[in-house]
Design a protein around this ligand. Structure first.
Ligand SMILES: *Cc1c(COP(=O)(O)O)cnc(C)c1O
Length: 371
């Protein structure tokens, strides 16, 4: 039996007839940008997240970028970002002309460590951008308290955490703005690019609505230098089909995670640690092995697909060479990037496949211990 890392085709086939109906409805409507399906999806996703407002945009990176623009962040400002994240979080900061300032993660959760925020604070700090990495919420209370104390705004990167809960409440309106991605591989994935922001602040939502549409509230009247960053009507219609199934799909992910945690306990492999206050969306199931490359090779030879999230931390990417953050200066994140590897997890994975992964992982860990 081979187990692919992610079978997007099967994930979407599960919704096939409803997706086709939604496509036909949009096709036949003759209205393809900012129509009824976008408005309806924005209402439905806001309600799902427990937020007052949702604004659809073109992708997750734009959601983060427009959130920072709406908060007035620009050149000369600093934004606290996790040292361990997908590079898009940093790129959004750079796109508004501000400077990303990395904060190291808690080694157990891999999420930004609230205790390390104060060392990174300067008079130029304007925003904290925590990322709910791998689907697990960050410890929001200490981060929100720190932000209040220092007059900072909080933009959450929720791209991997649709439906995740912090202290029992869904993510979506804890910080000032939450940015979402509907990239096909995310827990709530479109059939192309898509993104959104949620917020309880209607002024911020109005500002992002204006920014996504050329900086215009009234057609051909442009108040600010805006973008073309709208969530397509078609993608909105397809997302409306998948949203009602998100909780049950996340439930299946949680079942798989539970089975992995039990089946892989007690072997020489570091398993994910979930904070007591958090209910993960289990976007990824990330384990750590000191000989990651050999471990990945053994699994690949055994027919198990894996992916590294992520092989190179943002500060060591050529794109961020100009920041001059030396190798070795963010050791927690750098070690994570050397050791992490993601096992297959998805709403369509069978329990037989999960057991196959468990058996093959156990065998690989065993052989590396003796090899
Ligand atoms: C996917 C992702 C993004 C970017 O989303 P896109 O829709 O691909 O632009 C941003 N942050 C994180 C943490 C992500 O995983």
């Amino acid at each position: 039996m081979t187990v692919p890392f992610l079978d997007l085709k099967s994930i979407n086939q599960a919704h096939r007839s409803d997706l086709v109906s939604a496509f036909e409805r949009v096709l036949d409507s003759g209205w393809y940008i900012m129509g009824n399906d976008l408005a309806a999806f924005e209402r439905e996703y806001a309600e799902y997240c427990g937020a007052h407002e949702c604004v659809g945009v073109a992708n997750g990176l734009d959601a983060l970028t427009l959130a920072l623009r709406a908060l007035g962040v620009g050149p000369g400002d600093e934004v606290l970002v996790p040292s361990n994240t997908y590079i898009a979080t940093w790129l959004a900061v750079s796109h508004v002309g501000a400077t990303p300032v990395p904060v190291e993660p808690d080694d157990r959760t891999a999420n930004i460590d609230p205790k390390r925020l104060s060392a990174a604070l300067t008079p130029r700090t304007k925003v904290i951008m925590p990322v709910h990495l791998y689907g697990q919420p960050v410890e929001l209370d200490p981060i929100l308290a720190f932000a209040r104390q220092h007059g900072l705004k909080v933009v959450e990167d929720g791209a991997q955490a649709h439906g995740a809960r912090y202290k029992g409440e869904r993510l979506g309106a804890h910080g000032d703005i939450v940015a979402w991605s509907f990239y096909p591989g995310k827990n709530l994935g479109a059939l192309g690019d898509g993104g959104a922001i949620t917020t309880n602040d209607s002024a911020l939502a109005a500002s992002i609505r204006e920014l996504r549409n050329y900086g215009s509230k009234v057609k051909y009247h442009n108040e600010v230098i805006g973008y073309n960053s709208r969530l397509d009507e078609l993608q909105a219609a397809l997302l409306r089909v998948k949203l009602p199934q998100l909780d049950s799909e996340n439930g299946h992910r949680a079942l798989i995670a539970e089975r992995y945690l039990q089946g892989l306990a007690g072997i020489d492999l570091q398993l994910p640690h979930i904070h007591l206050d958090c209910q993960s969306a289990w976007h990824l199931f990330v384990v750590r092995h000191p000989r990651r490359e050999a471990f990945a090779k053994a699994l690949s030879a055994a027919g198990i697909g894996t992916v590294i999230h992520y092989p190179i931390p943002p500060h060591l990417q050529p794109a961020y060479e100009p920041l001059g953050i030396a190798a070795g200066s963010l050791p927690v994140s750098e070690r994570l990037h050397r050791e992490v590897i993601s096992l297959p997890i998805s709403p369509v994975m069978s329990l037989d496949q999960v057991d196959e992964v468990i058996a093959k992982v156990r065998a690989a860990v065993e052989s590396l211990a003796h090899g």
